[in-house]
Design a protein around this ligand. Sequence first.
Ligand code: ADP
Ligand code: MG
Length: 316
Amino acid sequence: MQDKEGTASGTRIAVELNSVKGFFFDTINTLSAPVDKRILQDALDQCAFYNDLLSKTVPGSDVHRINNAAGKPVQISAHTARIIEVALDIGRQSKGALNIALEPLIRLWDVRAQNPRVPKESEIQEAMRGSDLSLIELDGQTIRVPEDMSVDLGGIAKGYIADRIADYLRSRGVNSALLNLGGNVVTVGKRPDGQLWSIGLQSPEGLSGVEYFAVVSSSDNSVVTSGVYERGFDLDGVRYHHILDPRSGYPVSNGVVSVTAIGSESLMADALTTAMFVLGKNAGEQLAARYGYQCVFRMADGSISYTDGLSIKLLA
Ligand code: ADP
Ligand code: MG
């Protein structure tokens, strides 16, 4: 229980979970914990700060300044520097599957648009020029990106923010919480009744009934899922979704419908899910293992595979 100052009293009483919801980063974020709602609201308020720091469309954000610096060095916050450091590392380790310099291509496809369209091949080729990650120079909190390049942290920022919100809640004495930032789930401690948290992995068919295909048990951990069903559009029977293959310039089409990464840091798990999606099952599983993360792949033929030893219950 929490007193009014938000310090932990240490007693475990049967308490109800309170929840707050907010729409940031183009998605619904839900924070739940057996504490006063004001603490959760304070945590949610921090999402606005991170949105204004990391969104490429907010003038003055770190990412906006990077993308408008015309090749000059830019000073960025330690938050942004850390996210980009991990992005560049996983970018290299995944042979460019995770590529934060794919921004022009992401903008071209614009799968969230009101009337999305399939771009012309020539437009795709043009947008892919200037996506060479090795040209980005990051030195501490100074970054230099060539003039004809721009970055998009959409594939990893939410993971980092989820980690920071969990830290914030811990600093306010919260020892039990469940955070869900649009599929980036972080658990703080165990459930108020002392059990592990159960995290449902959303079914691709979720839209039409079956909500989850599996449940993963978690405590002080991160469970991050990316799926083709999340954002995208259908045209002439083809699904065009939001994870793009940097090699082809088209939405990934390798039979993967959802990828989950499980491990201590949500930033890492988020970066890995996007990379693993592009790499496909075998290379994706190897990448996760290299970083000590567990994973679940769900394929279009309905098959499910996961890391040995993962605490998972299949429902479908
Ligand atoms: P979400 O939780 O929004 O589904 P993901 O972690 O699945 O996010 O990342 C998808 C987002 O990452 C896209 O909306 C786009 O902004 C960006 N993106 C798409 N393809 C890539 C890629 N190959 N490398 C890096 N970022 C990408
Ligand atoms: Mg991701």
